[in-house]
Design a protein around this ligand. Structure first.
Ligand SMILES: Nc1ncnc2c1ncn2[C@@H]1O[C@H](COP(=O)(O)OP(=O)(O)OP(=O)(O)O)[C@@H](O)[C@H]1O
Length: 587
């Protein structure tokens, strides 16, 4: 591998394949190493661009020094041999292999949306329509493998990749050390060391995967390998009460997870099971937005039986009403933005206040005592104007900063995005006009430009599309938006998130109306209006109370006072530009 610097001083790493022709001439193919994708037992994986045709691939680079053991070499050879022979729309495409004196390079189809393992970590669990979509694709891959007499033997969430179009791709054909890691997905007969175990081991793992996708963790998970073995061998697992899944889903898992291999259903039987086959259609692929959040109600409607589509229970993630006739149309909500795909690391979170916790009327909710104190502090302005400014806060938010930014919905109905490049966008819910804020040069203030959602400069296309996707997600629970919310929208005073930061215990927003809002993980909230010298506290039950800022720290309400102190601390960090702090628990 050669290392060089480009004009900007960035390091460029090139690796080359030398091909010696029959006539002795040497041809060289060059690849530029790109972003690091991950590390396996033997390989480091990077994006790699073929400099001849600019095709971007995944390169698994294996140091020859790690292959000193015969067994490791044999396993690598068998991985390459098997993988090279496979071609299926749901199997990671093997592109090429070559070596130099240092490394072996395996070039594969790039799956830039990571694996289902990262997806589940991010999303916690998936909805049934998503699980059906992934199971249908897994079955397609497994049928192909089994028809070609290949047993994968190492099916797990981490080997199920997602490419830029969100197609599921089964990868990693290099089962090396069987017991190298926690054996969560391994079939009991494999653990027993029974010889001749067959295709049914993959079916078992598929059952474990279905369980893990729906429940959020594998069924036999324990802190140590020995207890997991024991649980698998005794087939000891249960469905937690706190996660609701359909009876069809439970039945399918129970049918698959049986100790006797030949009693497990075949792949065709799984495909014909009522979990996969009870009305509606299964999307061929899922929208990119599902990397961060569940598909919207509108999206799900397209795949439900017409009779079910009108039911209000759609918000229930239990969706077992799909048939296995896969819809041929791509239903990618992000369609136009698929070029935005890059790797994805990190978290997702969202906060939503039940609609019953809509802000109460200012007059009713401020106690007479605190109001008196407030009046005497001499800062009271027109009560109506306070109400308006004071009421604008962040109602819902989605942290997708690992890729794009923070999306949020304000209490006045406006949707905004704080992009990772610090530009901001805020959409007027009534006129469908948006403001785009960008800091230019050395300016201290953001420059504000106004456009309509139907006409804006081409370079804003990705951002507007993202705004719309954030909006459709944040609006998904229509109960949280009422027309009275949008009536609060004041076109002359558009409010947006100016800064935000997250700690282990809270997320903090600083709004352009000088409001600081902190949402704690225990659902309590502080809203600090420096302009009105007012603190609003939302307790764990969603009840709101208001305190004059001057006396709030000494308040009888210890719970609130602690959180206010915490707010002041993070605010100081935020104002000093330290957004990467982790402050002690507010308690
Ligand atoms: N085709 C691909 N596209 C994108 N990322 C990939 C691709 N193949 C592998 N990776 C990523 O590269 C990392 C290393 O891959 P590798 O297959 O070596 O890992 P592994 O399966 O964990 O290792 P092992 O084979 O030792 O179990 C993984 O984190 C994986 O997510």
């Amino acid at each position: 591998m050669d290392e060089n610097n480009n004009q900007d001083g960035e390091q460029i790493i090139i690796f080359e394949e030398k091909i010696t022709k029959v006539n002795g001439e040497v041809a060289i193919k060059r690849y530029q190493r790109g972003k690091f994708l991950g590390k396996g037992g033997f390989a480091k994986c990077y994006e790699a661009t073929n400099l001849e045709n600019k095709k971007v691939l995944a390169a698994k680079i294996i140091a020859k020094s790690s292959l000193t053991r015969n067994r490791a070499r044999q396993k690598l050879v068998s991985e390459i041999k098997i993988h090279k022979s496979l071609q299926n729309s749901n199997v990671v495409q093997f592109e090429h292999v070559f070596e130099d004196h240092e490394n072996v390079y395996i070039l594969l189809e790039l799956c830039c949306n990571q694996t289902l393992n990262e997806l589940i970590k991010r999303r916690k669990r998936l909805t049934e329509i998503e699980v059906q979509c992934y199971v249908a694709q897994m079955i397609n891959a497994l049928k192909y493998l089994h028809n070609n007499n290949v047993i994968h033997r190492d099916l797990k969430l981490g080997n199920l990749f997602l490419n830029k179009n969100m197609e599921l791709k089964l990868g990693d054909f290099g089962k090396r050390e069987l017991f190298a890691e926690l054996p969560n997905y391994i079939a009991p007969e494999v653990l027993d060391g029974k010889v001749g175990h067959s295709f049914e081991v993959d079916v078992w793992s598929l059952g474990v995967i279905i369980y893990a996708m729906l429940i959020g963790k594998p069924p036999f998970e324990t802190p140590d390998v020995k207890s997991t073995y024991k649980k698998i061998k005794l087939n000891q697992y249960s469905f937690p009460d706190q996660v609701q899944i359909s009876d069809n889903a439970k039945q399918l898992i129970q049918k698959i997870l049986v100790l006797e291999p030949n009693k497990r259903p075949t792949l065709d039987e799984i495909m014909a099971h009522s979990f996969m086959n009870s009305g509606g259609t299964i999307p061929k692929v899922l929208p990119l937005s599902t990397l961060a959040c569940p598909p919207s109600i509108q999206y799900n409607k397209q795949f439900q039986q017409p009779s079910r589509a009108s039911e209000t229970a759609q918000s229930n993630p239990k969706m077992a009403t799909v048939r296995p006739n896969i819809s041929s149309e791509r239903q990618d909500q992000f369609g136009a933005t698929s070029g935005l795909n890059t790797g994805y690391n990190g978290g997702y979170n969202s906060s939503q206040r039940p609609s019953s916790q809509k802000p109460q009327d200012f007059k009713q909710s401020v106690s007479t005592k605190s109001l008196n104190q407030f009046y005497t502090s001499g800062t009271l302005q027109n009560q109506q104007s306070i109400k308006q400014k004071y009421e604008i806060f962040v109602r819902r938010w989605v942290d997708y900063s690992s890729k794009y930014g923070l999306g949020y919905l304000l209490s006045n109905g406006a949707t905004g995005v704080f992009f990772n490049d610090s530009t901001k966008i805020i959409l007027d819910p009534k006129t469908q006009e948006f403001e785009y804020l960008e800091r230019k040069g050395t300016d201290k203030q953001d420059a504000i430009e106004k456009f309509s959602i139907n006409s804006y400069p081409k370079e804003l296309q990705k951002k507007v599309t993202l705004l719309q996707h954030f909006k459709s997600y944040l609006d998904a629970d229509s109960k949280t938006i009422t027309s009275s919310d949008t009536n609060d929208y004041d076109p002359f005073q558009s409010v947006y998130v100016k800064k935000w930061m997250k700690t282990r215990h809270a997320i903090m927003f600083r709004l352009s109306n000088k409001i600081v809002q902190v949402n704690f993980t225990d659902k309590t909230e502080i809203i600090l209006s420096s302009e009105n010298k007012l603190v609003t506290y939302v307790n764990k039950l969603g009840e709101r109370s208001h305190y004059p800022l001057a006396t709030a720290l000494d308040s009888q309400n210890q719970e609130m006072a602690k959180r206010l102190k915490y707010t002041k601390e993070i605010l100081t960090h935020m104002l000093n530009g330290n957004t990467n702090v982790d402050i002690r628990n507010p308690e």
